[in-house]
Design a protein around this ligand. Structure first.
Ligand SMILES: [Zn+2]
Length: 417
């Protein structure tokens, strides 16, 4: 590790800002540390640490996990300086909603200082779901407000409604749309299936999941002039960084009010340097692994490359199955647009593993793929050595999505009675 990076010849930086760039913002980190010290449940875990006055001191602080942040928020109950304090779903994909806080505006003014994908002439479709305490719809609305564009606040629609809405959007000559990649795929797949084109669409904003390369295939047909503009963030950190069509889809430029650190095991942690921040984000880990690197777009300064979630391992009969690796193989199969691992448990034990597939996959190709996955995946071949028929590849109409968060994860677990 180097603090700070001194020349391009040294190893990659472990912080997105230099000592000098971060110096003033560390006052916010010191204030956050004071708040965390006052949380009784943390039981003195911060006692030994001074308020950080350097990046090295910050890196020495214990990282925060999702549950920690919720414990702290339950105690702190922060309130916005002015305007409303909004409660949003934060973290965890199972169980009751956990809560993150944000003031009206959702910190997008700071984002807008550095990133302006929309302008006054845009007709922007906000397709992030609204309601259910989801934050993305509202932060996108905040960005649109700053951009002064026209907004169509669509939110989520049901499967039967797509063709009619797509016709409406084509008539309105929309120029921009934003949503999670899973939702955007539905929009463009329905447009393609119904022969609807959006020739005026130039910009596709996305946030909430990794970009899906299959989107490009549908876009090439439906909206050939559209290009992607991504944001990276979470309801805990809010928007950390963004990218442009010239950046790789997994690489984002962090904003100066967000300090990104690459810690042990390549895990990313985030520290807010924004004095208006309500969530106590101090070395907060989202579970994403990544690295700081230079971006091929040519923008100077370290960019954050997100390498996926380190926690995307599901336990099958006592063995860990690396879901991302398996899905990457399945999604390379011709005709497959997206896949998901569905584990069915009975009495707490994995009874079967289904690889659910969206797209076209003839029966013989599915069987060949199944055999290859069984043979090539240690966890599957070992765990199902006596009942390999319980590993299946199935073409389905829809993957299993989380009704609470609106996201479609790489794997789902179903308990069978
Ligand atoms: Zn870039």
């Amino acid at each position: 590790m180097t603090f700070p990076p001194t020349s391009p010849l040294t190893s990659p930086p472990s912080f997105s800002l230099t000592e000098e760039q971060a110096a003033a913002g560390l006052a916010v980190a010191r204030r956050t540390l004071e708040l965390l010290r006052g949380v009784p449940e943390f039981d003195g875990r911060y006692d030994a640490f001074p308020g950080p006055s350097s990046l090295a001191e910050l890196a020495a602080l214990p990282p925060l996990a999702k549950d920690d942040l919720n414990t702290a928020l339950a105690h702190l109950e922060p309130a916005a300086e002015r305007g409303a304090t909004w409660l949003f779903q934060s973290g965890g994909s199972t169980g009751a909603p956990k809560v993150g806080y944000a003031p009206t505006g959702f910190y997008m003014a700071k984002v807008f200082e550095h990133w302006r994908p929309l302008d006054r002439d845009d007709v922007f479709v906000n397709a992030w779901g609204a309601g259910r305490m989801w934050g993305a719809h509202f932060l996108a609305a905040g960005l649109a407000d700053l951009s002064g564009c026209r907004v169509i606040a669509l939110g989520s629609v049901t499967a039967e409604e797509y063709p009619e809405w797509l016709g409406f959007l084509a008539d309105r000559r929309v120029t921009a749309i934003g949503g999670t990649p899973s939702v955007l795929r539905l929009w463009f797949a329905h447009a393609r299936a119904n022969g609807i084109e959006l020739p005026s669409l130039r910009k596709v904003l996305w946030l909430g999941e990794a970009w899906q390369p299959q989107l490009e295939e549908d876009l090439a047909v439906v909206a050939p002039k559209a290009r992607r503009h991504g944001m990276f963030g979470s309801t805990e950190t809010w928007v950390v960084g963004s990218n442009s069509p010239d950046c790789p889809a997994d690489t984002f430029h962090p904003f100066p009010h967000q300090l990104v650190h690459v810690g042990d095991g390549g895990l990313l942690d985030f520290t807010s340097l924004d004095p208006a921040m309500l969530n106590p984000v101090l070395r907060y880990r989202t579970g994403d692994a990544g690295e700081l690197t230079s971006c091929p777009c040519g923008r100077p300064g370290p960019a954050m490359r997100v390498l996926g979630r380190r926690d995307n391992v599901v336990q099958i009969r006592g063995l860990g199955l690396h879901v991302d690796e398996l899905l990457a193989r399945v999604e390379r199969e011709p005709g497959v647009s997206r896949a998901q691992v569905l584990v069915t448990e009975q009495g707490g034990r994995a009874k079967s593993v289904d690889v659910l597939v969206l797209g076209e996959l003839p029966d013989d190709a599915a069987e060949a793929l199944r055999r290859e996955l069984l043979a090539g995946t240690f966890t599957l071949s070992t765990a199902f050595v006596h009942d390999p028929e319980h590993v299946r590849v199935r073409v389905v109409d829809a993957l299993v999505s989380n009704e609470r968060t609106g996201k479609t994860a790489g794997f789902a677990i179903r308990e069978e009675a």
